[in-house]
Design a protein around this ligand. Structure first.
Ligand SMILES: [Zn+2]
Length: 206
């Protein structure tokens, strides 16, 4: 049997990292800072599923609705992320078009698929390739830290598309949906407790 903190009756405080001894009581508080102690994040899977479901639901409007609405003397123009990327591609800005396509369409889809895989396998207490799944989790976390890049990219898109119009440019509802997708996937990854990957492997049952 692999000695884990939970099996040894030890709980690490998430706030101050003090190692506490578990007792019979459930409502444990850290002996040093008073923060609540848990063997695993409470309701990790449920919370993570809810956040992921919201991200999935908003992924569609984020790509279908316009992110930019611009008006000029020659009429109004509404661009989705994809049409904006295509405009940049057609006007020769291939690198920026590819960056926007990858950061705004591919990465969120990869994040949603990766998190869905982690949640589904942990839910079923799967013992399938835990090292691979642990690596997927680390990649998800790393992408989460870069997620603000997505929004930054969307801002660049707004600035660039402005060049083709004379009059006002407005952020469309797709941009709000897009920002929400980024935020929900980030929180879904944060809510997931990666130790759930190893519990079925160790035979640990809370
Ligand atoms: Zn503490």
């Amino acid at each position: 049997m692999i000695p884990t903190a939970a099996r040894l009756g030890l709980l690490v405080c998430h706030s101050c990292s003090l190692v506490n001894r578990a007792t019979e009581r459930d409502d444990l508080a850290c002996a040093r800072c008073g923060a609540a102690l848990h063997k695993r994040k409470p309701d990790s899977l449920l919370l993570s599923w809810i956040l992921l479901a919201m991200a999935m639901a908003l992924y569609v409007p984020a790509n279908v609705l316009p992110v930019i609405e611009s008006g000029s003397l020659f009429g109004s123009q509404r661009d989705t992320i994809l049409s904006g990327a295509k405009f940049l591609w057609d006007s020769g800005d291939w690198l920026i078009a590819v960056i926007i396509f990858v950061a705004s369409i591919v990465l969120p889809a990869v994040k949603i698929a990766g998190l869905g895989l982690l949640l589904a396998t942990s839910q079923r207490r799967s013992t399938w390739r835990p090292r691979l799944r642990a690596r997927i989790y680390r990649v998800m976390e790393a992408i989460g830290r870069w997620s603000m890049v997505d929004i930054f990219v969307a801002a660049i898109l707004v600035a660039l598309v402005q060049f083709r119009t004379v009059a006002q440019v407005q952020v469309g509802p797709g941009a709000i949906a897009f920002a929400a997708v980024v935020i929900f996937t980030m929180f879904a990854a944060w809510a997931f407790d990666p130790r759930l990957i190893w519990d079925p492997v160790d035979g640990f049952d809370e």
